[in-house]
Design a protein around this ligand. Structure first.
Ligand code: 13P
Length: 252
């Protein structure tokens, strides 16, 4: 059975004082039985988060990773640097990076390769826009996003991947994919990876998009929903904790 994983993506939020309070709560109460839990603060706060969370069982992730290891790449943060700071995970190809910062499928694939080479677990985000879903293109869009990764990377490494299905129309909107919609896409993603030769049974596929304490239980009860990538609700401890507990309950 795949162990559930709940990841808080803080996005561009926080400051030293607010983080101290939230991380303190996560440190004391964030660990729950049977679930991997991680938080992804902005780069400048990774050290702070690593210090506070050290020994708590809650893991650390970054919101992005450079495709490059080192050198003249101003503004980039590499996989080895993230490992140095104690990161286990790196989110790659979030839809906000794709749409606002011009990340292409091939750039995302390079970043996945760099993360794997550094020993990080990439959390690769895929998902369709509202109009793509309306036009019946959701599966085609997600398949193409996955294909660029499997085409670029040694298949044997890809069972280490975590995939996050984040329909763009559900991010920060309060609209959530129904458990059935999400389950159906998760099965499709697993099948796509399997067809490409990835040992996909063990690949964790998270759902992301307006996950909260009220909808997490139903989502986690679906067989192929292996956890969540949580945005807004990860910034308030009680909400995040409730999502982690829902994952724990669904694992029993
Ligand atoms: P929200 O949970 O705020 O909808 O954000 C989802 C997300 O983008 C997580 O990466």
């Amino acid at each position: 059975m795949r162990r559930k994983l709940v990841v808080g993506n803080w996005k561009l939020n926080g400051n030293l004082a607010r983080n101290k309070a939230l991380l303190g709560e996560v440190r004391v109460g964030g660990f729950v039985e049977g679930v991997d839990i991680a938080v992804c603060p902005p780069f400048p706060y990774l050290q702070q988060a690593g210090d506070v969370l050290s020994g708590s069982g809650v893991l650390l992730g970054a919101q992005d990773v450079s495709a490059y290891q080192e050198g003249a790449y101003t503004g980039e943060v590499s996989g080895p640097m993230l490992v140095d700071l104690g990161c286990s995970y790196a989110i790659v190809g979030h839809s906000e990076r794709r749409s606002l910062f011009g990340e292409t499928d091939s750039r995302v694939a390079s970043k996945v390769g760099a993360a794997l080479a550094a020993g990080l677990t990439p959390i690769v985000c895929v998902g369709e826009s509202h109009s793509q879903r309306e036009h019946g293109e959701a599966e085609q869009v997600v398949a193409a996003q996955l294909e660029s990764i499997v085409a670029a990377i040694d298949i044997k490494l890809l069972d280490r991947l975590v995939v996050a299905y984040e329909p763009v129309w559900a991010i920060g909107t309060g609209l959530t994919a129904t458990p059935e919609q999400a389950q159906s896409m998760h099965v499709f993603i697993r099948r796509c990876l399997g067809r490409s030769g990835v040992d996909s049974d063990g690949v964790r596929i998270l759902y992301g998009g307006s996950v909260n304490a009220g909808n997490a239980v139903q989502l986690f009860n679906e067989k192929d929903i292996d956890g969540a990538l949580v945005g807004g609700a990860s910034l308030v401890f009680d909400g995040f904790k409730a999502i982690c507990e829902a994952a724990s309950k669904a694992s029993l």
